[in-house]
Design a protein around this ligand. Structure first.
Ligand code: CP
Length: 304
């Protein structure tokens, strides 16, 4: 594999190997501190980010490498009209690997077609976010001890939430997976994911607006924020944004070993009173993002 654009670019065995390496890094980071000495990562972020960009940068620094890049389109020559293709060609002259986030679906794929170094999709519009999914898989593995035989509740903005789309694609390849999709009607999972991913793979799923009734069934609850930046109409955003809020009262209906995840940033969809519950895994999840990105950078650079 030369690039990571879609989580399905990785086989289940490759994901398992990345998880294994990430666990090894987490157990003894010092063993990896020289693995990418002399290598450079370019972070090309045309859209805001805290976790993804900073965890990529921390990952490369902790591997002994260096980082260059930009965190907003305005500070790059994209603001003068330079294309994604030309940007990718140019940056290939300066870096050994590229992580790109872009508001347009498919932009990292275009970049990969012109770059001469590996390109990682760090989130493209409302489409995909494969390194978040690797983070999520590592988290489920660490919290639940397995990636199979799980009932997973996905709650919130399932239409624009690209982390949800990538996670469904990834989990649909494991046995015994069932999804409960909890969203407002207007923010349902896109039809192509229901048909081409879940139905095509024989994955059982149900759609509901009844958060509390779904709760006792869940092994994993994956909360998402309503993606304000992808709405055309602010009134719709305001109407939908607080429809599902996880509170301690709702958690009273959940299993004792529920794993609560969120790709973050959180806005209002998980009450801060939930944060101290041992089932709240979302800050541990953010840390896992650094370990799995270290494993991914090593893999794409061919570092053993
Ligand atoms: N989870 C995630 O993608 O967060 P950022 O937008 O802060 O990178």
């Amino acid at each position: 594999m030369e690039n990571l654009i879609d989580i399905r670019d990785l086989s289940v065995d490759e994901i398992q190997e990345l998880v294994r390496v990430a666990l090894d890094i987490a157990a003894d980071p010092s063993r990896y501190s020289e693995k990418c000495r002399g290598k450079k990562l370019a972070t090309l972020f045309f859209e805001p980010s805290t976790r993804t960009r900073l965890s990529f940068e921390a990952a490369m620094y902790e591997l002994g490498g260096n980082v260059l890049g930009f965190s907003e389109a305005q500070s790059s020559s994209a603001s003068k009209g330079e294309s994604v293709s030309d940007t990718a060609r140019m940056v290939s002259c300066y870096a050994d690997i590229i992580a790109m986030r872009h508001p347009k679906e498919g932009a990292p794929l275009v970049a990969a077609s012109k770059a001469s170094v590996p390109v990682i999709n760090a989130g493209d519009g409302g489409h995909n976010h494969p390194t978040q999914t690797l983070t999520d898989l590592l988290t489920i593995w660490r919290e639940k001890g397995r990636l199979s035989d799980l009932t997973i509740g996905l709650c919130g903005d399932l239409k624009f939430g690209r982390t949800v789309h990538s996670l469904v694609a990834a989990m649909s390849r494991y046995p015994g997976i069932r999804f409960i999709l909890i969203s407002p009607e207007e923010l349902r999972v896109p039809g192509y994911i229901r048909k081409d991913v879940m139905t095509a793979n024989g994955i059982p799923f149900e759609e509901t607006t009844d958060f509390v009734s779904a709760m006792p069934q869940l092994d994993v609850l994956y909360m998402t924020r309503v993606q304000k930046e992808r709405f055309f109409n602010e009134a719709d955003y305001i109407r939908l944004k607080d429809m599902f809020i996880l509170t301690p009262e709702k958690l009273a209906y959940a299993k004792e070993d529920l794993c609560i995840m969120h790709p973050l940033p959180r806005v209002n969809e998980i009450a801060t009173a939930v944060d101290d519950d041992p089932r709240a895994a979302y800050f541990r999840q953010a840390l896992n993002g650094k370990y799995i990105r270290m494993a991914l950078i090593m893999k794409l650079l061919g570092v053993k």
